[in-house]
Design a protein around this ligand. Sequence first.
Ligand code: DGJ
Length: 719
Amino acid sequence: MKGKIIFLTCFLLISYLVKAENKQVIKISTNDIDLIYKVGDNGRLYQSYLGKKLHHPSDLAYLPQEAEAYLTHGMEDYFEPAIHVVHNDGNPSLLLKYISHTENSISPEISETVITLQDDKYPVTVKLHYIAYTKENIIKTFTEISHQEKKPIELQKYASSMLHLNHSQYFLTEFSGDWANEVNMKEQPLEFGKKILDSKLGTRANMLCSPFFQLSLDQKAEENQGEILVGTLGWTGNFRFTFEIDNKNKLRIISGINPYASEYLLKPNEVFKTPDFYFTYSLSGKGQASRNFHDWARKYQVKDGGKDRMTLLNNWEATYFDFNEEKLVKLMDDAVKLGVDMFLLDDGWFANKYPRSSDHQGLGDWEETADKLPNGIGYLTETAKKKGIKFGIWIEPEMVNPKSELYEKHKDWVIHLPNREEYYFRNQLVLDLSNPKVQDYVFNVVDNLMTKYPDIAFFKWDCNSPITNIYSPYLKDKQSHLYIDYVRGLYNVLDRIKAKYPNLPMMLCSGGGGRSDYEALKYFTEFWISDNTDPIERLFIQWGYSQIFPAKVMCAHVTTWNKNTSIKFRTDVAMMCKLGFDIKLTDMSKNDESYCEQAVKNYNRLKPVILDGDMFRLVSPYGNNHTSTMYVDKAQQNAVVFAFDIHPRYAEKTLPVRLQGLDPDKMYRIKEINLMPGANSSLPNNEKLFSGEFLMNVGLDLFTKQQLNSRIVEITAED
Ligand code: DGJ
């Protein structure tokens, strides 16, 4: 008996100590980074540390308490809060205390920590979720807010994440621009006060600013050096990142849905789940941070991230709206000659009362235009099948032209202000996806096409207008829910499509890169990064998106934009991503055509390296007359280097380009590929054997003094 009592006392004591210990420190870890929280003596939760992994547990006790983890409005903090609620009695404050936390292993490489906080005066609960992807050094965070007050509480702010940093200086890189001018990388030092990156565009949310950032700490990070935090929000709608430096030069980063015009009435027991915020923290510069995201995205996030991608020929730039069956079949022949996998029919194939002969009409009426396509889509899928290629089709199902039968029948499905003149962006309006009936309609656009034409193998899903004339006939007195409920409605539709057609690849498009976030990419295999296909511009745009996204999801097409550049230059640029063509073979000489056919063969051979390998950005197009990027497969057996001379100066000194990511002790044969028919390589030491050590320390003379010259060098390990 006595023994039993001693055992029980010891057990209780140990569990108490363990609990007390757990209560003190909550560690969220990946292989290289730690995010550490502590519970203060006042019972509140504090972020103590974010940075390089700390390996000695005994040190943790000495970590400073630092800032409250998820700061609330109405208490003693003077800066921007993560959350702001108004209770039933009108009290606008919240004081969150630590209640408990759990740590679960989702798999040997993923762990989840959930910290539960509660107000001690009001029945409001906030759960902070952290999912750590160990190998890729990515942490995904989101927040759940719920309550048990009698009536709905009003959420005025509801961040996905709040992070605190304490460094000497901060340098923020934003990715901003416009249509055909996406993701310009601009770096600026942050000073006292706020810098906000956000969007209020609703649907085409990222047209002016993309939902990701890089933040260098203490000094500007380079490709291979410096501490840097890179973050992005998975939300296909209005986002906001707030960077605020306080009087002590401490920085807080608040990430989430943009609460602009979006107060949310949260019902008792309803759980408000914020979107996911993903971040990585690299101790060795931007390149590593990008590779962390690329690996994670392919493995865990992107639809079919581990699967192959199809090369294609798209008719948009080749025909615009001016096509008929004959022209399309001819383009299919071009696709076959080029050796690509698929023909993609773009905008202009639908509507009869108001045929879609321009962007002024027809959106919403998803039936083939009879006089353009008398034999329907079925004839086209059949023809493609006979020619041995796949068939894909363009839709823009969230939108409507006022000149359409849909608008005439269902004005109540359209987001519009009842008592004002309508304002149109690209002659169209946005359908009200907060309305379940509209969700059904949008789902049916895909479902009807798939049911009627099961051979459709691919969709390009476009979205050309931001939300304008903001008023939902469906939401009535809950207008401030529209921006949020729209996106939820969209996900509801995409969930249904994914469930019914799990193997259907889809391209996300929004007048170029107007939608580019990782939540959307759960449903889409790739996205159209820009309508600007001038290869010089693309070098910058691809450089920008590659900071966050792997080549596998970035569509790049060869077109006739910038005819001052050769077909080789244009194709070489597009081959750095997911290759496609948007061009007629009649726009090319025979020589160009054979070059392209060979390029497609090379691309197919190199796809596993480009799409699934590690990417190393070697020379930036920003501030240089040349640029270079390379890809290396995971086994370090095969690599490919792309090098471009944009506008070299007459007397410029060019340096060899030092390669990266190879095995220093392996011997590699270098070989210039993608040469124009009959051309000889001018690459010094072409086809010679080098050690990885040489290639990475001495480098290759890849750049030339020629304007708009490009080179692709294949690198293969030999035993
Ligand atoms: C905008 C897209 O970005 C283009 O690729 C094309 O599909 C057009 N819309 C069609 O209207």
